[in-house]
Write a protein that binds this ligand. Structure first.
Ligand SMILES: Cc1cc2nc3c(=O)[nH]c(=O)nc-3n(C[C@H](O)[C@H](O)[C@H](O)COP(=O)(O)OP(=O)(O)OC[C@H]3O[C@@H](n4cnc5c(N)ncnc54)[C@H](O)[C@@H]3O)c2cc1C
Length: 489
């Protein structure tokens, strides 16, 4: 099939999208007038192919029945890395046996509702832990820069196969949304079970008898994500080699979405393109300061997994239609910034800052917050603007208690962003502390060829928790790669 490229107004592009089969779509906001770049599939004569024409979109996956398979692999963690590993094993006739510390996704929803109402944190079932992992109640952004790691399009196709909208196949910055993700995750589970795989919920792996596993020769895919600090400590005790890696910490900023639409799209009319997002980066004193996991039309959420700590992150529904735009604003932290030689010192540093944020928050787990301009100009916020964070926020001097190397860089970073987008630095925006889990502070080194841990044969650390991926798509790809290595053996 052929394709043709068009540059259209948002309305023209919207109409074309309803009629024709789209191959690529991206928004161009560089000029004052918004433009949409659309690539439409055509036949040999250049006629556009109708949206509902019966053409194969992609090769559908073929999952084998593994009820009586002779080979199996254990997977610890049912996040994107673990689930995509399981699906890949099924394609190769290997039985996946998944252990997940959290609950299945519908039960997990209830724990999250309690958390949002300040009715308690379940340390095993929250925004980080449970079926689908950290990506389930998220914005579900699928954009990834890690194109060299494997077949990203295949990840999109699998998401689509399990129920994601067509846009994941062609949108430059596709996202799914927290209202759709749980259904997709459930379909993946049903497929794994129907083909003979196993999933055990409420089962946290606390102790790995590595010698037993090595003798049994059953491969283990370790896909624990980066919030399972207790599991990292267990791995260290068991003699698995771990190393500190660079990570990032900061705050979550929230602006009125209408303001972000004006700054990014030069208009508040976003009827045909949806709310605007942004991606900002600068360098301050030799360290990157950047926006992270921006959620247009979203909500800020309590994303901690331990009592007595305050961790924030963001999510959006598929329509991205709340009046708020939030994003992590983080500062790069290098291993040498944290004194000592313990490979887990990055985790301790994260935890210390999360406890500090909790102490500066409210008595009912409200997050500490400061208006943005007040933070940069180092003054108290006498009042706070309305905010999407359901557990609530209380005024706090983040400029006084955030570590200086983070605070000063963030302040300069916000000034830099305001130079690029005048109006970004405003007291209509608010920042919440702390955004501490943007990336893993630990790596589980692995052999680049076999993808096995350098200290434990048969152990395949993968996904975000292994320190080789960040985000839903790259973690899913990493899970696929681990499973392919096992299939190759
Ligand atoms: C609120 C929020 C929003 C996000 N939004 C986005 C986004 O829009 N786009 C994006 O690309 N990324 C987003 N992320 C990050 C993304 O979710 C992660 O990068 C991704 O989920 C990592 O996948 P993973 O499979 O490696 O680990 P995880 O998703 O963290 O999954 C690990 C799983 O392992 C389980 N586990 C841990 N320890 C054990 C144990 N000892 N025994 C058994 N099970 C265990 C956990 O319960 C968890 O379910 C977001 C994260 C959060 C928290």
């Amino acid at each position: 099939m052929e394709s043709k490229q068009y540059i259209l107004s948002p309305r023209e592009a919207y109409i074309a999208e309803q009629q024709w089969r789209i191959v690529k779509r991206s928004i161009d906001a560089r000029q004052r007038e918004l433009r949409v770049h659309l690539t439409i599939l055509t036949d040999e004569k250049g006629n556009p192919i109708p949206k509902d024409a019966p053409i194969p979109l992609y090769e559908p996956p073929v999952f084998q029945d593994v009820h009586n398979a002779t080979r199996s692999a254990i997977i610890i963690g049912a996040g994107p890395a673990g689930l995509f590993a399981a699906l890949t094993l099924l394609e190769h006739g290997i039985k996946p046996i998944i252990y997940e510390r959290g609950k299945e996704v519908s039960e997990r929803k209830r724990d999250i509702a309690l958390l949002n109402r300040n009715e308690g944190l379940n340390p095993e079932s929250n925004y980080c832990f449970g079926e689908g992992g950290a990506g389930t109640f998220s914005d579900g952004k699928l954009f990834s820069r890690s194109k060299k790691r494997g077949n990203m399009q295949r990840v999109m196709e699998l998401f689509h196969y399990f129920g994601a909208p067509d846009t994941v196949l062609y949108e430059a910055h596709a996202h799914i949304g927290s209202d759709k993700l749980p259904g997709i995750i459930k379909s993946m589970r049903e497929c794994i079970l129907a083909h003979g795989g196993e999933i055990h919920f409420n089962l946290r792996i606390d102790d790995l008898r590595f010698n037993d596993f090595i003798q049994s020769k059953t491969p283990i895919i370790l896909a624990i994500g980066h919030s399972a600090h207790d599991t990292y400590r267990m791995l260290a005790k068991e003699g698995v080699t771990l190393e500190t890696k660079g990570f990032a910490m900061g705050v979550r900023a929230e602006h009125p979405q209408a303001l972000i639409n004006r700054l990014m799209y030069h208009t508040t009319n976003v009827e045909y393109v949806g709310n605007a997002s942004y991606s900002l980066v600068t360098q301050v004193d030799g360290r990157g300061v950047y926006s992270f996991c921006m959620c247009p039309g979203g909500h800020i959420v309590p994303a901690g997994s331990e009592a007595g700590s305050c961790v924030v992150n963001g999510m959006s529904a598929s329509h991205r239609n709340s009046p708020y735009a939030n994003s992590g604003m983080v500062v790069q932290i290098n291993p040498e910034d944290i004194p000592g030689s313990d490979p887990l010192r990055g985790l301790e540093y994260q935890e210390a800052l999360e406890r500090l944020a909790f102490e500066h928050g409210g008595p009912e787990a409200q997050a500490p917050a400061q208006r943005l301009q007040d933070f940069v100009e180092e003054r108290e916020s006498k009042s706070l603007p309305s905010c999407s964070y359901l557990p609530g926020i209380v005024p706090s001097r983040l400029d006084q208690w955030l570590p200086a190397h983070i605070c000063k860089r963030l302040q300069q970073g916000f000034r830099d962003f305001d130079r690029k987008y005048p109006g970004f630095l405003t007291n209509d925006a608010v920042i919440l502390g702390v955004e501490s889990r943007s990336s893993s502070a630990v790596r589980i080194p692995r052999d680049p060829e076999s993808l096995q841990s350098i200290s434990m044969p048969n152990l395949y650390p993968c996904g975000e928790g292994a320190g080789y991926a960040g985000g839903i798509t790259s973690s899913a790809l990493d899970g696929i790669n681990a499973a392919l290595k096992i299939a190759e053996q």
